[in-house]
Structure formats: structure tokens, C-alpha cells
Design a protein around this ligand. Structure first.
Ligand code: HEM
Length: 496
């Protein structure tokens, strides 16, 4: 450490040219997480690079990730502002892309409180009377509908992706708007289309984010993103207006009502401190964030889980044996069954480790001159945590490329634990994922419901789909088809 406590010298840096920075070292490598992982061999686990004029620090080890996220969380709690994120969040009025500050803290607190209120039924928001059903029964309702679809497609090769997206979107719709969609609903189809458009354009490491001055030229991706956001905003606005009109101030049906209620309480009681005013834009973007951060991530993890079960039928069999023993056929799985099904829980953990859905988290920014390890990091540096490296570090994990749910179980196979602290699928510290509890609830219930009833198989005429991910907004799964075979014990049984 130097005399200021901010480290001595910068980390080693990739070569950089004027204007383009280190882009040439990264161009032509679409799997950015893997490229950054491999560059450790030459530059060490912590190194710097330049994206245009932006200085970026890449963190590949758990020890440094812990320092950034936990030990010095506040110093690294900023987010970069880019053309794309400004468009997505109306200039950072959401949570995920907002700068660190009192309003961001307030929004986080509200959503966190609302999620625990709807999730566990704890009355966390003062003076709020809840009239909506809690989330676990809503997730079960969607799981039942998913099983119905799989049952109807018996023995056909099915692309489960749209069904999983619908199930997860409906959970988020229930949470935010107290509504859900049936298959083929035109509003729902529009929603799927614009979401895909956003995911596709944001995934294209848009050059305008590196060189904002490129905006003066026509840009097809940016134009598509703007069109998709227009549709998203119209839909959000319509829901918002409906909620404002129906809102009576003493009952809360969903997250949107909860946000309106909190704003009303604040206005009626004492005026909020300056800088803490929640404008309509803030409320809309907060809800938009829950969709943006909550649908693609959870759906993708479910797809990875299904894909791994096709590759490892013995894991699937073991989950089903555990379910048969602990739950049987007489009832559906509940959230409270989680401690009874440690092998299913361990499988979910292993999927989240081996294919982390956000392999580079969301970039952080240093808010002051600071340090990582012995190196000094200037204020304004973008810090990328390479979760892929952290989850595949041979010093932390035994045979990290091997899919082995058992590594998350104790010797008796009864309790779940992580054999290494180097496990951060939801990030950690003050920017940790806000939806971790909800996501884990969904992953558990959807998989438990499906596997209680069906065995998932690769259609006979098709090769096993690839386990290689594609880097984008999330680590995407390539398209694949599944045969959902009704399990022997369920044949002839009525769906209860
Ligand atoms: C399995 C599913 C999910 C995974 C693996 C996941 C993972 C993550 C990760 C890695 C981050 C970035 C942390 C960082 O930058 O340090 C994040 C942020 C975030 N996630 Fe999730 N997430 C999931 C589901 C959800 C859901 C369901 C919601 C909403 C209910 C959600 C809401 C958010 C929000 C709002 C942030 C931004 C937090 C902030 O910047 O303060 N996520 N998530």
C-alpha cells in the first residue's frame, strides 16, 4: 500500500492504441468472458485494459472480487453510464443502472421490502394492507400451467423456451401488476417481441457505448432498441395509468400499488428529503427493471438446468428418487419442501456455478481513488468481475468443468453448503441481486413440479445439444428441443 492507502502502481494493462484502446485484443472473440478468463495467463488475475477512452479493470479471482464487492463495496458501488443504459433506464432512474446515492438506496429498499412482503408475507412496508395473494402460490399456479403444456405435448419434441419465458414473465407480471397472460395473448406476444429486441441489441456490445460520439451516425441497432423501448414504455405507461386511476390508498395489490402507496405516504406525512423525490419516471423504470433483470435471467437458468438434466440423466433420476421418497405423488411440491430436497437444491446451485447467467455481473465503477490488492485504482474506473473465472478457478473448485451437484452437499448428502466461498451467482455486497430470493423460489418450484411428473429426454433423432453458452446480456443457451415423458407412476393418474 502507498502512503494514501490507495495502492502503488496500476495493474498490468493490455496494450492500448489511441482512440480504440485495447479493442484489437478483444475483437473477434465473441465469448468475452472466456477471452478475459484466458488473458489471465499473460497478465495475471487482475489486469487493466482500455475500451476507447474508458479504463477498465478486470477481476478474475475470488480474493479480489471479495475486496471489490464486500470489503470496499461502497467505493466500487457506481455504475457506468452508457448510451444504451441511459436509454433503458431514462438516464439511470431505475435501480440496476442508477448511480450510487440516496435515491437508488431508497428505491432498492422499497423493492426489497415489497418483495419480502409478497414473498414471505412479512408486513415490511409500514401502513400497507396487502390484498394480493403471496408469490409462492402464484409461482405454483404457473408451474401447474407449465406441466399442463408439457402434458399436452406428450412425446413430441418441444422447444420449452417460450413456455418457460411465459411462466417466468407471468410471475413477474403478477408481482408488478397483479395480472398474468394466457398463451397467444396479443399484449403478451408484443411483450415477448420487444424483450427479445432489447436483449438482442444490448447483447451486441454496442460500439456506441465505447464511442458515444458515434451517435451522430445512423445506427441500426440503436434504432431497433429505441423502437422496442417505445413499445415497452407504452405498455408500462398504460399499466401505470390504470393503477393510478384504481388506486384508493389503503390496499395494495402489487408492486406498482406499493410504490404509489409509499410515495403517497411520503407526500402526506413529511416531505421527502431533497433528492429523494420519486417521480413517475422513477416508479416506471423501477418496475421496468424488475422485468429487465428478472425474466431473461431466471428463464435462462431454467433452460441451462433442463439442458444439464438431458446430459446427466443419472442426476435427474436421483432428483426424482429424492422427490418420490420425500413428497410422493399425493401432493404437489411446496416452497417449504426445500429442506427436504437437498439434491435438487444442490443441482440448482451447480447449474448456477458452472454456467453463471451473468458471467461478468453488471460493471461496477470506482467512486473514489482506491485500491484492489496492492494496486491503485483511479476514481471512475470500470470494474468487471469475471464470475466465470471465479466459478472455474481450479484453486477453489475440484475439477471445475465437471458437472457435479454432489459438491454442494455435506458428507451425509442431507445439507447444502458451498465447498468454496468462491461462489457468487447473484453477486454480493451492496449491489447484490435484488431478486435472489424470488429467483431461487422460482427455480425450485418450477423444477420440482416438472420433475415430479415428467422425465426430460433428448428426442431420439437429435444429438445432445451443446453445453457451450453464448455471451450476451446473459450467458445464452442455444436453442434445443426436449421430450417430456410422463413418469410411469403418473400414467392414468388424475392431475391433482
Ligand atoms: C437466477 C436468476 C438471477 C440471477 C442469476 C441474477 C443475478 C444478478 C447479478 C449477478 C446481478 C449483478 C450484481 C452486481 O452487479 O454486482 C444482479 C443484479 C440485479 N438483479 Fe438479479 N439475478 C436473477 C434474477 C433476478 C430477479 C428475479 C430480479 C427481480 C425481482 C432481479 C433483480 C435485480 C436487480 C434490480 C439488480 C440490480 C441491483 C443493483 O444494481 O443495485 N434479479 N442480478
Amino acid at each position: 500500500q502507498g502512503p494514501t492507502g490507495t495502492g502503488t502502481g496500476r495493474p498490468r494493462s493490455l496494450p492500448a492504441l489511441p482512440l480504440v484502446g485495447s479493442l484489437l485484443q478483444l475483437a473477434g472473440h465473441p465469448q468475452l468472458h472466456l477471452r478475459l478468463w484466458r488473458l489471465q495467463g499473460r497478465y495475471g488475475s487482475l489486469y487493466g485494459l482500455w475500451m476507447g477512452s474508458h479504463y477498465v479493470v478486470v477481476v478474475n479471482s475470488y480474493q479480489h472480487a471479495r475486496e471489490v464487492l464486500l470489503k470496499k463495496g461502497k467505493a466500487f458501488a457506481g455504475r457506468p453510464r452508457t448510451v444504451t443504459t441511459d436509454l433503458l433506464s431514462r438516464g439511470g432512474k431505475d435501480i440496476a443502472f442508477a448511480s450510487y446515492g440516496p435515491l437508488w438506496k431508497f428505491q432498492r429498499k422499497l423493492v426489497h421490502a415489497a418483495l419480502s412482503m409478497f414473498g414471505e408475507g412479512s408486513v415490511a412496508l409500514e401502513k400497507i394492507r396487502l390484498t394480493a395473494p403471496l408469490l409462492p402460490p402464484k409461482v405454483c399456479r404457473e408451474a401447474a400451467s407449465l406441466c399442463e403444456t408439457l402434458g399436452a405435448a406428450q412425446d413430441m419434441a418441444l422447444d420449452m423456451a417460450p413456455e418457460l419465458t411465459r411462466a417466468v414473465t407471468n410471475v413477474v407480471c403478477s408481482l408488478c401488476f397483479n395480472s398474468s397472460y394466457r398463451r397467444g395473448d396479443p399484449e403478451f406476444e408484443a411483450m415477448l417481441e420487444y424483450s427479445q429486441g432489447i436483449v438482442d441489441t444490448v447483447a451486441k456490445e454496442s460500439l456506441v457505448d465505447i464511442f458515444p460520439w458515434l451517435q451522430i451516425f445512423p445506427n441500426r441497432d440503436l434504432a431497433l432498441l429505441k423502437r422496442c423501448l417505445k413499445v415497452r414504455d407504452q405498455l408500462l405507461q398504460q399499466k401505470f395509468t390504470e393503477h393510478k386511476e384504481a388506486f384508493c390508498g389503503d390496499t395494495v395489490r402489487d408492486l406498482m400499488d406499493a410504490l404509489l402507496q409509499v410515495r403517497l405516504n411520503a407526500e402526506n406525512n413529511s416531505p421527502l428529503e431533497p433528492g429523494l423525490e420519486l417521480t413517475d419516471d422513477h416508479l416506471l423504470m423501477t418496475v421496468g427493471d424488475i422485468f429487465g433483470a428478472g425474466v431473461e435471467t431466471t428463464t435462462t437458468v431454467l433452460k441451462w438446468a433442463v439442458l444439464y438434466l438431458l446430459h446427466y440423466p443419472e442426476v435427474q433420476k436421483k432428483i426424482q428418487e429424492e422427490m418420490d421418497q420425500k413428497i410422493g405423488l399425493a401432493r404437489h411440491p411446496h416452497l417449504s419442501d426445500r429442506p427436504l430436497l437437498p439434491y435438487l437444491e444442490a443441482t440448482i446451485s451447480e447449474v448456477l456455478r458452472i454456467r453463471p447467467v451473468s458471467p461478468l455481473l453488471i460493471p461496477h465503477v470506482s467512486l473514489a481513488d482506491t485500491s484492489i490488492g496492492e494496486y491503485s485504482i483511479p476514481k471512475g474506473a470500470r470494474v468487471v468481475i469475471n464470475l466465470w473465472s471465479v466459478h472455474h478457478d481450479e484453486k477453489e473448485w475440484d475439477k471445475p468443468e465437471e458437472f457435479n451437484p454432489g459438491r454442494f452437499l455435506d458428507e451425509q448428502g442431507q445439507h447444502i453448503h458451498s465447498p468454496s466461498p468462491s461462489y457468487l451467482p447473484f453477486g454480493a455486497g451492496i449491489r447484490v441481486c435484488l431478486g435472489e430470493v424470488l429467483a431461487k423460489m422460482e427455480l425450485f418450484l418450477f423444477l420440482a413440479w416438472v420433475l415430479q411428473r415428467f422425465t426430460l429426454e433428448c428426442p431420439q433423432d437429435q444429438p445432445l445439444p451443446s453445453l457451450e453458452g453464448k455471451f450476451g446480456v446473459v450467458l445464452q443457451v442455444q436453442k434445443f428441443r426436449v421430450k417430456a415423458r410422463l413418469r410411469e407412476a403418473w400414467r392414468g393418474e388424475m392431475v391433482r
